[in-house]
Structure formats: structure tokens, C-alpha cells
Design a binder for this molecule. Structure first.
Ligand code: ZN
Length: 200
């Protein structure tokens, strides 16, 4: 991984573009909104050495925030599972994940958090912060303490306030538009569904 530049926004963005994890064009999102960018973090995490390097880089940024070593890293499934695993590898602790059970984000599979446990919460991409907040609630429902939140990508440029210190590796603006006010549509182009064409 020594040939990869994980330390700068430009270097990271280049890796995301090369791996097809960041697509640029005119996309129709599942929400019905349009965007000039589409993120698919799994396209970088599918490469094990790269996932390990990204986890280590995120762990390095988080360490500067941490008043003490975390006892676990927790992320929401599915997108956060590999991130928790790799950040936990770098921080030297277990990596757990939460899942929805009857609509509520919870720890299953014998994962245990004790009252007072210092926890780092991670994500692949933070957009609105919705799923991250659900993980924070799940952690706090066990009376564990959240030290910090980390994400590989922040697609709102750091604007979301989760009430705890946080860091991301790559801050990216991913604008979304209603179809009727989409500047790309106004220029006459037609949005495509991401993944509708096979890319390898
Ligand atoms: Zn459009």
C-alpha cells in the first residue's frame, strides 16, 4: 500500500475514483433525487490490504481525539462491518456491529458492552448521520461511553453534528437535487441508475 496516498484528500479521492468507489456523472438515486456523484464505499473495502490501510489511517486520525484507548469499535451493519473490523485491528481491540431487530439498532450475536466501556463508533459513509445516531443510542442503552465517531467518508463536508468528537478520512460534497431543480437535467442530460451498467 506504500504507493497509495491515504494522507491527503486528493490522494484519497484519486483512489476512490480509480476503484469505482466514487462515480461522477448524473445519477438517479434510490431516493428519487439526482446527484453528480455516487459513492460506493464497498468498492474500496473489497480490497483487503486497502481496507486495512484505510482502517489504519482512520484510526490514526481518531487517536488524536481519544482521551483513552477504546475497549471496542462498533459500527452499523452492513456498510460499517469492515470499517469496524479494520479500525479495531489498528486500535488493538474487538470490532462489533449493530443490526436492526424489529426496527431497532441493537447488538446481537453475543456481542457484549458493559456499563462504562469506552467505545469508538465508525461508519463507511456519514451522510445525514441517521444510522450513526442509532448506533450511539444502542451503545448508550448499555451505559457504555462513546469517545468519538469516525467515518471513511463524510459526504456533507463535516456539517453533521453528532454531539461527539468526530473525524473522517475523506470529506466530499455529494449534492442532491430534486429532479425539477436538477442543474444537470437543465443542461439536457439524462440521469442513470448507479450500477445499471456493469463496471469492474
Ligand atoms: Zn438530473
Amino acid at each position: 500500500m506504500s504507493d497509495l496516498d491515504l494522507g491527503t484528500t486528493a490522494g484519497l479521492q484519486q483512489i476512490f475514483l480509480e476503484r469505482g468507489a466514487l462515480l461522477e456523472g448524473h445519477f438517479l438515486l434510490s431516493s428519487g433525487l439526482h446527484s453528480p456523484r455516487y459513492l460506493q464505499c464497498a468498492r474500496v473495502l473489497m480490497d483487503p490490504p486497502l481496507a486495512t490501510a484505510l482502517g489504519a489511517a482512520l484510526a490514526d486520525r481518531l487517536r488524536t481525539l481519544l482521551p483513552e484507548a477504546p475497549s471496542v469499535v462498533v459500527a452499523p451493519a452492513l456498510g460499517g462491518v469492515l470499517v469496524a473490523h479494520e479500525v479495531a485491528r489498528a486500535l488493538g481491540c474487538p470490532g462489533l456491529f449493530t443490526e436492526r431487530q424489529e426496527g431497532t439498532m441493537t447488538l446481537r450475536r453475543g456481542f457484549v458492552l458493559a456499563p462504562g466501556d469506552p467505545v469508538v463508533v465508525v461508519e463507511d459513509v456519514i451522510t445525514t448521520g441517521g444510522s450513526t445516531r442509532e448506533v450511539l443510542e444502542a451503545v448508550r442503552s448499555r451505559e457504555a461511553r462513546v469517545l468519538a465517531v469516525g467515518s471513511i467518508v463524510d459526504s456533507r463536508g463535516g456539517k453533521v453534528d453528532l454531539g461527539v468528537p468526530r473525524r473522517s478520512l475523506l470529506e466530499l460534497e455529494v449534492p442532491t437535487y430534486a429532479p425539477e431543480s436538477c442543474p444537470l437535467c437543465a443542461e439536457g442530460s439524462t440521469p442513470v441508475k448507479p450500477g445499471s451498467r456493469a463496471s469492474r
